[in-house]
Every structure is written in C-alpha cells, then in structure tokens.
Design a protein around this ligand. Structure first.
Ligand code: NAD
Ligand code: MG
Length: 383
C-alpha cells in the first residue's frame, strides 16, 4: 500500500490525484490533505478518504473546518506550520505537491527532509529552489517524480537507458489559446480569453501562464533541474494537439516520444506507480485524431515568456526567482483585470533588469526577493 499526502488537494492536479487513488484502492490510500481555503470541498474529501491530517493555510478557514469535522478523527491544522506538519506526517510515503506557486517551497523541503518521495507538480518550487531541493533529495535518498506532463514524458523516455547519451530534449507546447496571434492582436485580450485553453483543463494561474508561454519557460527551467541537462539541450516544439507530450533525442539520432490523451491523470498515476504502467482513469486516445498532428516552432518575438525564462536560467542564482515571482504577481493582477496581457512581459523584464543576482539564494533570501518584487510591482504597476 502506498500512503499518499496531497498538498493542494482541492485544485486541478489535487482532485485528479484523488481520481487516481479511487481507481486503485487496493494499492493507494490518502493519509493527509491540504488546501488554501476551500473547506467545502476538502471537508467532502476528508469524509471520503479519512486522512489522519487535513491542513488549511487560511487560519480562519482551518478553525471552521475543525468545527465541521468534530465528529471525525481527522486532525485539522492551520497556517504554514500546518502545511509543514502535514508534509512530515510519519505515515506518508509520497507527497504530491499539487499546490500552486512558490508558497510550496517550505512544505516541499519539509517533506524531503522527512524522507518522503515527491510527486512534483508544483513547478514554481523547482524553478525557484531547484538548487536546494535536488541536492537535498539526493542526500536524503528520496525520489523526485515528475507530474508535469512534459516532464513525465521525458522521464518515461529515459527509462532503461542508463549510460546512453542525450543530444536534446524536445519539450512540447500547445501554444495556448493565442497561438498564431500578433502583438497587435494581443493588446486587448482579456483574462477570460486567456483562460480558455484549447487542450488542457487546468487551474487559472497555469492556464494564463500557458497563454503567455511563461509556463513553457518555467518548464525549461524545471527540465534543466530534473534531468540535469544544459539549457542549450532543451528545444521547445509547438504541438498544438497536446498528444506528443515531449521526447528525448539520443546521440544516435533516435527520438523517443511519449504520446497519449491530454489527461493529467496518466502522468499523476505514473508518478505514483512508477515504474509500472497500470490501468488509469483516462479515456484511451482515438488514433484517428493523430492524422491532424502538427509540429512547429515557438514565436519568441510575440510570446516573450520563453526567452525571458531562458535568459533567467542562463544568469542563474536568484534570477529564476525573479522571473517566477514577478510572473506570479503579474499573472494574478492580469486575472483581476488590472494590467494588460502584454504588460505581464514588461513586469518580468523590468524586475529582471533591476535585480542584483544572489549566487545561491537560501529559502529566506528567495522569499525576501519575492517581497521586494511584490512591493516594487504594487507601487509601479498597480497604484
Ligand atoms: P489549482 O489552482 O487548480 O489548485 C491549486 C491548489 O493549491 C488548490 O488545492 C489550492 O487550495 C492550493 N493552494 C493554493 N494556495 C495555497 C496555500 N497558500 N496553502 C495551501 N494550499 C494552497 O492549480 P493546479 O492547476 O492544480 O496547479 C497546481 C500546480 O501543478 C501548479 O504548480 C501548476 O503549475 C502545476 N501543474 C498543473 C497542471 C494542470 O493540469 N493543472 C499541469 C502541470 C503542472
Ligand atoms: Mg506542462
């Protein structure tokens, strides 16, 4: 039996993780859940899965939940301390990091320190603290298993090939809802338009990141950390149907790709059943849809999310933190309608150009950088 803790159980990845657990009751169970504030849903999840611990970041929501769950044996915790305790729960084998944003850094580190394997969806943590979590995971002997569909595809294409030499990683991108548009055509796009993703159904933050190609930029940095490759070895390929989830090209010229339906539950499940491919809740791919498979190159002039990320990781140190934190700020403010879509790039570029790089930032330094960026952006772009 694999005992699972789900950090961010009420979101898109979290609820799909619970679908995977429902499919395999004989091999998986849930020992802990956590969310930001959606206690209606987490209460239902707690009643269905009977975890030992449920953590809610919002303290008021946590006390309300404790009252609602008073008839159960579930221990309810609040705040960052609650998330950290939930990730350290002695009975868990693996923590699925389905939380959104760099708020996931401290809980993820706590889980690794406690010896838990990590099924990593929370890419912002990898981008900002890859230099901390990858060496720590190696030291503790814990596995970091990718959940992001592209990284799961790459991970699958790497199986059983130890000693082989990789030429390139081909990281696929759908191109999002605005693929093919010009800068002029992007001037007045709204959050509602950015939130209508053509192939994937995901949480709002990553959906906007997909529209801006910032998501692909975060994924290049994530791939660099997870697979220990040089950023020059990663090539982004547009695949609008999201059927080829990514590929590895070896030195002999062979390209091994992983394909499948656009259903995150396949990648989530593989992280939990690795190295086994077992029946999953996903509907199998209809091969007639493969007839329309297209491939292309990204438009880096219009969608600057990718080149800005590559520049951040080339600079290294705290620069990827700046890329990520300024995007987290801009993404949220764009969704509120307070800045335009193209201003997301201006905010990232501006904050990156002002930053004095810290070589290997500590966790405290990472959050200090975020605080500075939030204060600067509020003042300059939102007052
Ligand atoms: P989402 O917005 O649907 O869900 C986010 C979850 O995080 C929710 O359960 C929410 O309660 C929780 N959360 C937010 N702030 C919190 C806080 N302060 N404390 C505790 N919990 C908090 O997001 P999502 O789309 O599921 O994405 C989650 C992560 O997975 C992101 O890092 C995203 O980039 C990554 N990811 C998502 C997908 C996808 O298909 N949705 C694919 C690949 C990677
Ligand atoms: Mg992805």
């Amino acid at each position: 039996m694999k005992h699972i803790a789900v950090l961010g159980s009420t979101g898109s990845i979290g609820t799909q993780t619970l679908d995977v657990v429902r499919k395999h009751p004989e091999m998986m169970d849930v020992v802990a859940l956590a969310c930001g504030s959606r206690i209606d849903l987490i209460e239902k999840q707690a009643r269905e899965f009977c975890p030992e611990i449920v953590a809610v970041y919002d303290e008021k929501a946590a006390s309300d939940l404790a009252v609602r769950l008073a008839d159960t044996n579930v221990k309810v915790l609040g705040g960052m301390d609650g998330l950290i305790e939930m990730c350290r729960i002695p009975t868990a084998d693996v923590v699925v990091t389905a939380i959104v944003g760099m708020i996931g850094i401290r809980p993820t580190i706590a889980a690794i320190e406690a010896g838990k394997d990590i099924a990593l969806a929370n890419k912002e943590t990898c981008v900002c603290a890859g230099h901390i979590i990858l060496p720590l995971a190696a030291e503790k002997g814990v596995k970091i298993l990718p959940v992001d569909s592209e990284h799961s595809a790459i991970f699958q294409a790497l199986q059983g090939r130890a000693g082989s030499e990789i030429r390139r990683i081909l990281l696929t991108a759908s191109g999002g809802p605005f693929r093919g548009r010009t800068r002029e055509e992007l001037m007045n796009v709204t959050a509602a338009q950015a939130l209508a993703h053509p192939t994937w159904s995901m949480g709002p933050k990553i959906t906007v990141d997909s529209a801006s190609m910032v998501n692909k930029g975060l994924e290049v940095i994530e791939a660099k950390w997870l697979f220990d490759v040089d950023v020059d070895q990663i090539e982004v390929v547009i695949q609008p149907q999201s059927i080829i989830h990514s590929a590895v090209e070896y030195e002999d010229g062979s390209i091994l790709a992983q394909m499948g339906p656009s259903d995150m539950r396949i990648a989530i499940q593989y992280a939990l059943t690795y190295p086994l491919h077992l029946p999953s809740p996903a509907v199998p791919l209809d091969f007639r849809t493969l007839a329309g498979l297209e491939l292309g190159v990204p438009d880096n002039e219009t969608f600057r999310g990718l080149p800005l990320a590559i520049s951040a990781i080339r600079t290294g140190g705290s620069m990827p933190v700046v890329f990520n934190a300024s995007n987290e700020w801009a993404n949220a403010i764009f969704r509120r309608g307070d800045i335009s879509f193209l201003q997301i790039y201006d905010v990232i570029e501006d904050t990156m150009s002002r930053h004095s790089v810290i070589a290997a930032p500590t966790v405290d330094e990472i959050f200090a950088v975020q605080d500075e960026i939030d204060a600067y952006c509020e003042e300059k772009y939102n007052s």
